[in-house]
Design a binder for this molecule. Structure first.
Ligand code: BES
Ligand code: MN
Ligand code: MN
Length: 484
């Protein structure tokens, strides 16, 4: 669906819709007329002169009166961004792209000039997200092709590296997983898809522990959350182990194929969108797909907790006490706080078995994350200040933004206090940073190990407000592995 274009020659007449995007200053330098000299600039000239990009960017849509292109759209990206944002202005670019009047065209050409070559990955990701967005209709007969070319601030073509290409392809995989209806992608089908994706890949092996077998490996957390479903819960571990490596990174993903809340049942409105509760695992699956193609000299282990949280006679119950993989006991006071129970076992199991240098989990863990850091920033919690800062920067580079939330056992341990067990699974005070309390729960199960760990709460990122998958986390985790 997204193809790279390698030459600027003749682009002005190649597509039904032609789009040019650049930050405001590059327009002032007249770069646009150098990059696409034969485009109909006269149609947009007046609008260009009289508009400013503001903080969100602006778009000028013009009908050309011809067929190729029938629409010519020009996007001016904002000049300044806050220090929390990606210099690639990825979100602004994406949102302006969705404002293109494509006029049902089947062939869109997008040319983007950027002022910092480091932004190529992030802007390409924005275009890939847009490509998936316009092709989102399940029944669509014909797909719209998007062609992308990125230039530097001089107008020279930046070739798309294999590494960027691998991330863009992996985003499609990840987006399809999150968009899939929950009855089409339950634990059985999801496990099959994961096996199909990773079997026969270079230096890669896969193990799956499912159903009753989980209990033999002391993975009672995963087992119990999944036991109300007709499809067996599992832990799937994919191990990319190159012939030589200096570091081992574990990526853990929450793969709740559907979260009804269990006996602490979600009410109607809160169920809408809960198919995205596998978003963390979809980010990990995508990232690992890209990583294996990039062949880094890093061992990368993906641990995916693939579970359906259902309600029924076999469901785990509020008041149950579970002995987790870590050996610690958990009193369940809310079956809807299931993700942390699954993830805690994934973390404990892999941290002990592989003794990684870093362990990072991604999960749609708490509704409160959206209150704390909102739609545009995932919440990041870590026991390691250096890892936290590396990750925030990788977020800016890829455009998968994150904002650090407190990690502080001294403040959040008490939130999980239980009279009968080592801890409860749901925090006492919902006004005391519930996302951080959830992170504390996870950490409790690896706290004896001293492994640098980071937790990405991406509840508000896996899908946008319109309930459409975003591909969030794929570029982030793939780049992170290259940066550690
Ligand atoms: N999967 C949800 C978190 C979520 C909510 C993600 C909304 C995306 C959108 C998680 O399993 C959950 O239900 N969390 C509860 C925890 C609570 C019961 C302690 C929440 O955040 O409300
Ligand atoms: Mn839940
Ligand atoms: Mn959940």
């Amino acid at each position: 669906m997204l193809k790279q274009v390698t030459t600027l020659k003749g682009l002005e007449k190649k597509f039904d819709t032609l789009v040019y995007a650049a930050p405001e200053n590059l327009f002032k330098k007249k770069l646009h007329t150098k990059v696409l000299p034969n485009a109909k600039w006269d149609l947009v000239d007046h609008a260009l002169k009289s508009s400013t990009a503001g903080s969100k960017g602006t778009i000028i849509n013009t009908w050309t009166g011809e067929t190729t292109p029938s629409t010519f759209s020009v996007i001016m990206l904002p000049e300044k961004v806050s220090h929390y944002n990606s210099p690639a202005r990825r979100e602004q670019l994406y949102s302006q792209l969705t404002a293109i009047k494509t006029n049902k065209s089947k062939n869109i050409g997008i040319v983007i000039s950027i002022d910092d070559p480091d932004m190529q990955l992030a802007v390409s990701c924005a275009v890939q997200r847009y490509t998936c967005y316009i092709n989102r209709k399940v029944m669509a007969k014909e797909k719209t092709q998007v062609h992308l070319l990125v230039t530097d601030s001089e107008g020279s073509v930046l070739k798309m590296s294999d590494s960027i290409q691998s991330i863009l392809d992996a985003m499609v995989l990840s987006i399809d997983i999150v968009n899939a209806p929950p009855s089409d992608l339950g634990p059985d089908a999801y496990a099959k898809l994961i096996r199909k994706t990773f079997e026969k890949r270079k230096h890669t092996s896969l193990t799956e522990i499912k159903g009753e077998e989980l209990l033999k490996s002391n993975l009672s957390g995963i087992y119990n959350v999944g036991r109300g479903s007709n499809e067996k819960p599992r832990l799937i571990v994919v191990d990319y182990k190159p012939s030589s490596f200096k570091k081992t990174v574990v990526l853990v993903g929450k793969g709740l194929t559907y979260d009804t809340g269990g006996l602490s049942l979600k009410t109607d409105g809160n169920l809408v969108g809960m198919k995205m509760d596998l978003g963390g695992s979809a980010a990990v699956v995508g990232a690992l797909d890209a990583i294996i193609k990039q062949e880094p000299k890093v061992r990368v282990i993906a641990a995916l907790g693939v579970v359906e949280n259902m309600i029924g006679p076999n469901s785990y119950k509020v008041d149950d006490i579970i002995t987790m993989h870590s050996g610690k006991t958990v009193e369940i006071n809310n079956t809807d706080a299931e993700g942390r129970v699954v993830l805690a076992d994934c973390l404990s199991f892999t941290a002990r078995k592989y003794n990684p240098d870093y362990i990072v989990d991604a999960a749609t863990l708490t509704g409160a994350q959206m209150i704390a850091t909102g739609r545009y920033f995932a919440g990041l919690m870590s026991n390691d200040a250096e890892l936290e800062s590396i990750m925030v920067n990788v977020g800016k580079k890829t455009g998968d933004l994150m904002c650090a939330l407190p990690f502080a056992p001294e403040y959040f341990e008490d939130e999980l206090m239980s009279e009968l067990a080592d801890m409860k699974n749901s925090a006492k005070d919902r006004f005391n940073a519930p996302s951080s309390a959830a992170a504390q729960f996870l950490f409790n199960h690896i706290s004896d190990l001293d492994t640098p760990w980071a937790h990405i709460d991406m509840a508000g990122q896996a899908m946008c407000a319109k309930n459409i998958a975003t591909g969030y986390g794929v570029a982030l985790l793939a780049e992170l592995v290259q940066s550690l």
